[in-house]
Design a protein around this ligand. Sequence first.
Ligand code: NCD
Length: 322
Amino acid sequence: MANTPTPIGGKYENKDIVSLDQFSSKDINILFKKVGLMKRIANKAKKSEILKGNIVALIFYEPSTRTFSSFSAAIKRLGGETIDLRDLERVSSVAKGESLKDTVRTLEAYCDALVIRHPEKGTAELTSEYIEIPVINAGDGTGEHPTQALLDLYTINEQRGALGGLTGLMVGDMLNGRTVHSLIRGLSKFKNNTVYLLSPKELRLSVSDREDFQKRGIRLIEIFSENEIPRNAHFWYWTRVQKERFKNLNTYNRVKNRFILNPDLIDKYAGKKTIFMHPLPRVLEIAEEVDKDPRAMYFRHQLKNGMYVRMALLGLVLGRLK
Ligand code: NCD
């Protein structure tokens, strides 16, 4: 069993970022205070020198569009460079049977930090035990996706003006969705949050996650039908049913698309200010007509915020932003 990850405790430099458990509300606020500067750097189209001379390895054992490219853009916008390894089973020595441990030790020789995505839960933490440079978890199987949760929290705070006293709705794959697992941990750091979890029974949180999360002071209410959606929630967080985690595709086909975000549902249960979020990729669980609704955040705000938040995080972890 891996050790509990080190708390940030107000000091980001050299820390591994593997779980939202490492953050206090204060740590999250320290990070968010840097985002304004990151926005200005990114939007000026002027190269910053904050990460000049830094090389970051992006090592992705699972497919990715947004996480990979926003990390890559974040590093480049700050004047740093990347070594990109994707599809490792085909292009790297993993094809020759090299272990994860040897692969990451190799990258440590060339890079200042390593961002890793892997299909197995716990891999980011394991990697952080193999090497000394900071390791950032870009998704470990059904475990966590801390940088996604940070951008989600940033978006909620930006749009709703607070991270406490909220009522939220999360929908889809509570069992396998790592973004949900990190976001619940993140929301637990703030007071008086209630989250309704709407999923097919087969995809409810695991018993161990449910017990673990309940202890944190966040109020979680599992619901299994649209009729139970609270009216006028602060945010809706829709997710994809994680097809790649199913051993049996018949089960997947039975539970996919059970809950669709569409204008009817919005009319019935959303408020004027309810925001609609999704980590993307969306498959069919949000009707395309919702995209143009000004309350839809997934294309308009979450994408860019992901880059800004990752810029700030890298600057802090690499000790280049104080
Ligand atoms: C998510 C992931 O990989 O966990 N995507 C992302 O990084 N934005 C969500 C998903 O794949 O459904």
